[in-house]
Design a protein around this ligand. Structure first.
Ligand code: GMT
Length: 374
């Protein structure tokens, strides 16, 4: 049995979801898991006897220009590691977490191993900033193991940071007990008539998600396939998308649902997921859709092609090529037999490649490896 500390951004994004779900799986596997975060991870759910939560409380003393979150986190990591004799501290998202873990490691009284998981924008955006680059490189180089969520991200990390050390590939995963095709006839009826198809986009609506492309693809698809579009989530580009929907006169066919708790249920009512991102190191939502039997039409950016098999579990097109995306969407929605094959391929691939047990086992092996217990 291991004692594992986990730090992540607990309240947003796929990295927080993956970190929390991984912690829950480790607890189920008999390990003791300590979350060290600024607030309760939103996917933590019900009480589990092997899971503990330690809140990072930041001083707001007036002399300090901004609350020193990073330093307080490092100090809390060291405190929890000492008090509970943690074996491993697994941090998700390089900045500031890998750097805080490095500091914590200097403070603890026993040997603490650090595993850092890179999720995407910590490298593709933040490591491009000169003011942060060296810090991120230092955090990565001083971790006992580093993992990345796609081969593409491994390559980007090597290229951008000129890093030669070993980086393990550990794909994101979904819990098959949560993500499976749900029976949601009633919910579907709220949005679509029996003859209509449902397209969906779920994200944080940041520019990188290219949600205008989502509207454009839908606008063209809806000209030849009776359909509706559901937007789930919220973020900076939401107002722009609303305006475009109005401009195109699609208000009665596009629904903005805001943030939703039960993603598995929501995705299960969709026929297609649209993910035309500019950059996506993995694209967790497309995996969640795949596990619910919903194919994705997306861009061939970043790690998306490692997740979606073009022509089997979805279709990929160049970034911004909404005409090709539209053609693929119409092709799939109009061909019942092909759609059924794609659906089955989605379910198989999610279970075989991105299953919770498999990926949790891979992370466990990494923990034992850094502890010299293999
Ligand atoms: O920066 C973001 O978009 C959020 C970030 C996160 O913390 O969730 O997303 C990244 O990590 C996810 C989980 O590993 C991946 O599924 C996303 O592809 C990745 N985002 C980008 O690469 C843009």
């Amino acid at each position: 049995m291991l004692k594992i500390g986990i730090t992540c951004y607990p309240s947003l994004g796929g990295s927080g979801v993956v970190a929390t779900e991984l912690g829950k799986l480790m607890a189920e596997r008999g390990h003791e898991v300590h979350f060290i975060t600024h607030s309760l991870p939103f996917r933590l759910g019900k009480f589990h006897k092997n899971i503990f939560y330690h809140e990072v409380e930041v001083s707001d003393y007036y002399v300090l220009k901004s609350p020193p979150y990073d330093l307080t986190l490092a100090s809390k990591m060291a405190q929890v590691a000492d008090m509970h004799k943690l074996d491993v501290l697994h941090v998700h998202y390089a900045l500031p977490h890998a750097v805080c873990a490095f500091l914590a490691k200097q403070m603890v009284k026993h040997e603490l191993k650090v595993v850092t998981t890179l999720h995407g924008t910590d490298i593709t955006i933040l490591a491009q900033e000169e003011s942060l680059k060296e810090l991120i490189r230092m955090g990565i180089n001083n971790s006992d193991a580093v993992t990345a969520v796609s081969q593409d991200l491994i390559e980007e990390t090597r290229k951008l940071l000129d890093i030669n050390r070993e980086i393990d590939l550990a794909y994101n995963f979904v819990d098959k007990r949560v993500y499976y095709p749900r029976e949601c006839k009633q919910l579907r009826q709220e949005f679509a008539q029996p003859n209509e198809k449902l397209l969906m986009h779920i994200s944080n609506f940041r520019p990188v998600k290219r949600i205008m492309d989502v509207v454009e693809v839908f606008s063209k698809v809806s000209r030849s396939v009776p359909s509706k579009l559901l937007f789930v989530g919220e973020g900076p580009d939401l107002p722009k998308a609303r305006c475009k929907v109005q401009e195109l006169g699609l208000e009665d066919r596009v629904f903005f649902l805001g943030k939703q708790d039960d993603v598995a249920q929501m995705i299960s009512i969709a026929d297609l997921l649209l993910l035309p991102s500019e950059k996506e190191s993995f694209g967790l939502v497309a995996l969640e859709a795949m596990a619910c039997g919903v194919p994705t039409i997306g861009s061939n950016a970043g790690g998306i092609p490692e997740l979606i098999t073009h022509g089997e579990t979805g279709y990929l097109a160049p970034i911004g090529d909404t005409s090709t995306m539209t053609r693929y969407a119409i092709d799939l929605l109009k061909d019942e037999r092909k759609y059924a094959d794609f659906r089955e391929a989605c379910l198989q691939r999610a279970r075989q490649v991105f299953c919770n047990d498999l990926v949790a086992g891979e992370y466990e092996d990494i923990y034992y490896r850094v502890l010299g217990k293999t």
